[in-house]
Design a protein around this ligand. Sequence first.
Ligand code: CA
Length: 350
Amino acid sequence: MKTYSLLALALFLSCQNNSTSSVANQMDGSTCAMEGTPNRNNSGTSAVKITEDKVKMIKVKGGKYNLGSDYFDDAKPGSVVEVDDFYIDEHEVTNAQFAQFVKETNYLTVAERPLDPKEFPGVDPSMLVPGSAVFVGNLEAGDLSNPLSWWEYVKGASWNHPEGPNSTIEGRENHPVVHIAYEDAEAYAKWAGKRLPTEAEWELAAKANTHSDEEFYWGEELKKDGKWMANTYQGDFPKKNFKLDGFSGSAPVKSYPANALGIYDMVGNVWEWCSDFYRAGYDNNSSKVNPKGPSDSHDPQEPGLVKRVQRGGSFLCVDSYCERYKAGGRGKGEINSPTNNVGFRCVKGI
Ligand SMILES: [Ca+2]
């Protein structure tokens, strides 16, 4: 039994009896709403056709800048890195874009693939059906120490059925695609003739030549000139979302102001996969020129799981539980564990 399957087992059981799980992370300020989600097997295919999507890309001028943040333990130590010029999608990859990719390649996402019973010994095989984790909230949540209580593994949930088999993406064509595992994002990027951003590229684009050490990439206040700048969570997490920013779930891309480079939703809406493996903290001895991250991952909270970096936060970020939508904040995701608040955008070299 592979280590990564333990979380899925725990989640299946939690769905059955709502018991407190041993994998629930401690509330130490480094946890986020997507943690404690199920993990998947690693079979399947990848897209091979090389083509282009039609999304506008923004040129990000490279150079030296300060990567890292003293505010988050796993974003230390800061250092000066140098990144070449590159192009980045002006918005997160949408359902419409992903639908075109699937139409042309017949790609099957991780969430849609069967689960191998050999990877989940002891779990009722009838439970091993394709699906993904959906945020369902929890009106009874007390100390926020059990993320599994507000996530539910929904059979049949996938990118085109975001809340389960009876839901569709109709009317949400311009929302960011979700339930995307790392290899799904990579497959799309290859098809589009692009790639996923490195974390250093992502942060340079988020800083947009305007950010130094302010709390948010746009300044010191959550709202700027009275305007909501990102789709996050306002309210009593995970019980009641007041959606003061207009949306309780994902929002159509470009619903909030672009940053100074013309890039939308670098903060909030959905977490965005980066190509770097996740480790808690940056390595002072690593290359500082076009850094690509460590050669493998290690998350002290869940050692043994393979994780990649996610950035930007999502519509579930709220200060009482997860501040990682703030400048410098880092997310992390097990590579085969899609959820309904994780998507991506692509970049391309020049
Ligand atoms: Ca919101």
